[in-house]
Ligand binder design. Structure first.
Ligand code: URA
Length: 237
């Protein structure tokens, strides 16, 4: 059971204030009874919610694309430090949101925040080969043989196996910008891969999940809802 005002506001078209207004005016009913108390709790699977007598199909889950800023942790709410879920505005907020996959505190870019555990599992499982694309600014040049090594996959000193990656130099310089695509998300994976090649990541940004690019209109800390078509782009490889 969830608060009706929260659920209505999380559908994407009405703000919390709009919801209060329309409820006060008696335009919302639950199972045929007009409800004016915006704190009332409903079950989105069972209760029939109507606006102006028209049934509203409540979305089961929400999928949010955030451009994570530096200095924020990829975790749910209630941590000591500020988290990506703390940055989600009221209009998209609902209980149970979490980031599907973690970026380091100093990594920026695409974080998908959802309340759909099955979907998160699907896109994160290495079995499904959904590539996450990162742009890494490196401390110094990366040789052709280093690229080949990363592309073949590596075993770290502690026995951790990091599967093959796709690696491409985007900008050649003393501190090159490198695109790296990986389909697993082990702890500090990209940083550890370049470290294994004797290099160091000085800045890291996730630009894409599956075939879905981070929306360039989103400033750091901003987010928007992902459309159903875009969700398909994440899963389609
Ligand atoms: N790999 C890393 O090393 N850090 C991230 O934040 C993501 C992938």
């Amino acid at each position: 059971m969830e608060r009706l005002d929260k659920i209505l506001a999380s559908q994407g078209t009405l703000s919390r204030r709009d919801v209060k207004e329309i409820m006060k005016k008696g335009r919302v009913s639950v199972n045929g009874t007009v409800v004016k108390d915006s704190s009332i709790k409903v079950d989105i699977y069972k209760d029939e919610v109507c606006l102006d007598s028209e049934k509203i199909t409540l979305k089961k889950h929400i999928y949010i694309m955030m451009n994570k800023p530096q200095g924020v942790v990829s975790a749910s709410e209630g941590e000591k430090e500020e988290t990506v879920v703390d940055l989600v505005p009221d209009e998209f907020y609902r209980k149970g949101l979490f980031p599907a996959g973690r970026l380091d505190k100093d990594t920026t870019g695409f974080v998908l925040i959802t309340d759909d555990g099955d979907f998160a599992h699907k896109i994160l499982s290495p079995k499904n080969h959904i590539f996450k694309t990162y742009l890494a600014r490196l401390d110094h040049e990366l040789s052709e043989s280093d690229i080949r090594m990363l592309e073949n996959g590596i075993t770290l000193g502690d026995g951790t196996i990091l599967k093959e990656a796709k690696v491409e130099i985007v900008e050649q310089s003393d501190t090159p910008l490198v695109k790296i695509m990986i389909c697993e998300g082990k702890y500090h994976q990209v940083k550890r891969m370049f470290a294994a090649a004797g290099n160091r990541v000085v800045a890291l940004h996730r630009s894409k999940m599956g075939e879905l690019e981070l929306d360039s209109a989103l400033n750091p800390g901003e987010c928007r809802e992902i459309t159903p078509e875009e969700l398909q782009k994440i899963q389609k490889i």
